[in-house]
Ligand binder design. Structure first.
Ligand code: SIN
Ligand code: FE2
Length: 223
């Protein structure tokens, strides 16, 4: 069953977080519309720097399918998927080299967004960079390859808009269909840490900063 955003979110203002900068979407879920927009040119430049050292690639699912989303990582640990399964590792399997360092601007944004959402002292050790071109999507899943589920997830959207699906702790419950635009930051943690989520197929378009693509930065504490 699908429900739209406005049937699930109280619009009376009681859901406002951090002086109105955020909107609470659940006990541990806050959306910050446009929070990263001012930093976006720098963030995209940093993405290009990371990708020069650790190029985007289409990883394989454990079942052997190539993912439609292209991925890279920065920071001490990177999320990878292949025939052997999902895991974090300190080196890029494509090069054998450590992942590029996490840019300070990334770490600062992630820490600040988490703090605004009520998660103090979030220090991510992994940043997954997803690149979606029109036609790419990500099916509903939980993020559960991390050690400590008391640490939140901070997700930053850049470029083309997309519909993000946010369910509960089961696949089958109601799904919020949340439009995510350039600069939006979504934080989920605490009682919401294991919410199922996914990304609907990206529609064709052109964004002044990113061209025909959407980037997503997912910050996590993996270790
Ligand atoms: C993910 O869950 O890994 C991706 C989320 C997104 O692209 O917004
Ligand atoms: Fe995820």
């Amino acid at each position: 069953m699908q429900q739209d955003l406005f049937s699930l979110v109280d619009d009376s203002g009681l859901d406002a977080v951090a002086g109105g900068r955020g909107r609470r979407l659940g006990p541990g879920t806050v959306l910050f519309p446009g929070l990263a927009a001012a930093d976006a040119p720098q963030l995209v430049a940093e993405i290009n720097g990371v990708a020069a050292a650790a190029p985007f690639r289409h990883m394989q699912t454990p079942g052997g399918q190539a993912m439609s989303v292209a991925m890279s990582n920065c920071g001490p640990l990177g999320w990878v998927s292949d025939r052997a399964g999902y895991r974090y590792q300190a080196s890029d399997p494509a090069s054998g080299q450590p992942w590029p360092a996490m840019p300070a601007a990334f770490r600062q944004l992630a820490g600040a967004a988490a703090a605004l959402a009520g998660f103090a002292d979030f220090v991510p050790d992994a940043c997954l960079i997803n690149r979606y071109v029109p036609g790419a999507r990500m099916s509903l899943h939980q993020d559960r390859d991390e050690r400590d589920f008391s640490q939140p997830i901070v997700s930053v959207s850049l470029g083309l808009p997309v519909i993000f699906q946010l369910a509960g702790e089961t696949r089958s419950g109601p799904r919020l269909r949340l439009p995510l635009a350039h600069g939006d930051v979504l934080v989920w943690g605490g009682p919401d840490r294991l919410r199922f989520h996914g990304v609907q197929t990206l529609a064709a378009g052109e964004h002044p900063l990113t061209g025909a693509c959407r980037y997503n930065l997912t910050f996590r504490r993996a270790s």
